[in-house]
Design a protein. Structure first.
Length: 202
């Protein structure tokens, strides 16, 4: 069984969705570690309740980003992590870190990439007035919110949606799309070919 580590800095609703899928047995993986950089994050409580091991590693604890990341790598090695799952981790990982883990880091983003990259993907789509936005799960490369796309799902923005109702719709979609993408990875069904992801028969 593959060992996965979720990296999160905030609320952790995606962490919970993944933990639930693992517990139900619909996602056959070992949720071995939560890596968190924020001592105030609500995700910490969620991990404690689900009995998932926590590595709380604060960026401020290190003068250099390299040392911060070395500490993370140490935790990944100690827990024999096969897949890094970014779920609202509000730190940009260095090019070296990404290269070292190429093909083994995935991210979820609350828009249909390449539109609305950045930390405000839901708000930016809402403010722009697009009628369709969505969710993307992708392999991580050295650019932000960029890399070979694994799965995408559209979310309609209705005229009477508010930012709050859109946020809720997006998160609902994320909570099924992320476990589905992780499942494809752990079942070894993903291949990156010429920057595109080929998904073998499900
Ligand atoms: C999610 O909506 C995720 O798509 C977003 O952070 C949120 C974390 O929510 N990630 C990005 O914007 C990456 N650029 P959660 O803490 O409730 O799982």
């Amino acid at each position: 069984m593959k060992n996965i580590a979720v990296f999160a800095s905030g609320r952790g609703t995606n962490f919970s969705a993944i933990a639930k899928a693992v517990k139900r047995g619909t996602l056959k993986a070992n949720l071995a570690l939560l890596v968190c950089d924020n001592p105030q994050a609500l995700v910490l409580e969620k991990a404690k309740r689900s009995g998932v091991k926590i590595a709380l590693i604060k960026r401020e604890g290190f003068a250099k980003k390299k040392d911060f990341e070395s500490k993370i790598i140490e935790a990944l090695k100690a827990n024999k992590i096969d897949l890094i799952v970014l779920a609202g981790f509000m730190r940009i990982l260095s090019v070296d870190f990404v290269k070292e883990h190429a093909g083994r880091i995935i991210n979820i983003h609350p828009s249909l990439l390449p539109s609305f990259k950045g930390s405000q993907g839901i708000r930016d789509a809402f403010d722009c007035g697009v009628k369709v936005t969505g969710v993307t799960v992708h392999f991580v490369d050295e650019l932000m919110d960029h890399g070979p796309i694994i799965l995408q799902a559209p979310v309609k923005i209705e005229y009477d949606d508010t930012l709050a109702s859109l946020d809720e719709k997006i998160h609902r979609v994320e909570h099924s799309l992320y476990p589905a993408a992780i499942k494809l990875f752990v079942e070894d069904k993903l291949r990156i070919e010429a920057r595109r992801v080929k998904i073998s028969a499900r």
